[in-house]
Design a protein around this ligand. Structure first.
Ligand code: G3P
Length: 214
């Protein structure tokens, strides 16, 4: 399973790189708005430290606007993947961009039918938002399972990128269901390694050894 970090914050990205488990980055306009640098500057800096896919989202909502923004975004670095919202206008943009060889991450996906369409249009990644479905009393994880099954049924090569993951069990469940990628905030990556029994066990080992040495 690939691990992406869901942030535009360079400090968090660098810390995740140091952990040695980071395969890529996902950003969105809300995440970029939390930082002081411009979105373009942020993306340039991120691409310098992360060689894997870095998702950069368009702001336009019409097909032509999405296409021209996407063509500019890919000039930033070779590893930029353009994030396109999953609307009818977005679907047209996915088809056009993939025909030009531009890699697309179809974002804001909340249904299996949307996922089926973007795979047919050639998206490299599909981003179902698990946490936001949970927020409206819907089983977000069910969508991950449905998309994995559909893509396997037909051999679609679009990678399932589980997004809007809010806690470690979201990551574990996505892995059990066969999602190709999990993107998560820095806090969740750090939570994944924590176990109280590991800390207690370590403390005990060191205590016992110290006693013997006295
Ligand atoms: O990966 C998508 C993510 O940025 C949305 O997360 O927690 O705002 O639903 P959240």
């Amino acid at each position: 399973m690939k691990f992406f970090i869901d942030t535009a914050n360079l400090k968090e990205i660098n810390s995740a790189v140091e952990m040695g488990v980071l395969d890529g980055v996902t950003t969105n306009p809300s995440l970029a708005a939390k930082e002081t640098a411009s979105y373009n500057e942020l993306l340039q800096d991120i691409c310098k430290v992360v060689p894997g896919p870095v998702s950069a989202e368009v702001l336009a909502t019409d097909t032509e606007g999405m296409l021209s923004e996407a063509r500019e975004l890919v000039k930033i670095a070779d590893n930029i993947v353009v994030k396109i919202p999953t609307t009818l206008e977005g679907l047209r943009a996915v088809k056009a961009l993939t025909s030009e060889g531009i890699s697309v991450n179809s974002t804001l996906v909340f249904s299996a039918s949307q996922a089926l369409l973007v795979a047919k249009a050639g998206a490299s990644f599909v981003s179902p938002f698990v946490g936001r479905l949970d927020d409206i009393s819907t089983e977000g994880m069910q969508l991950i399972g449905d998309i994995v099954t559909i893509y396997n049924n037909y051999g679609y090569r679009t990678e399932v990128l589980a997004a809007s993951l809010r806690h470690p069990m979201h990551v574990v469940q996505s892995a059990l269901l066969g999602a190709d990628v999990a993107t998560m905030p820095y806090k969740v990556i750090a939570q994944l390694i924590k176990h109280p029994l590991t800390d207690i066990g370590l403390e005990k080992f060191l205590e016992d050894y110290k006693k013997k040495m006295q």
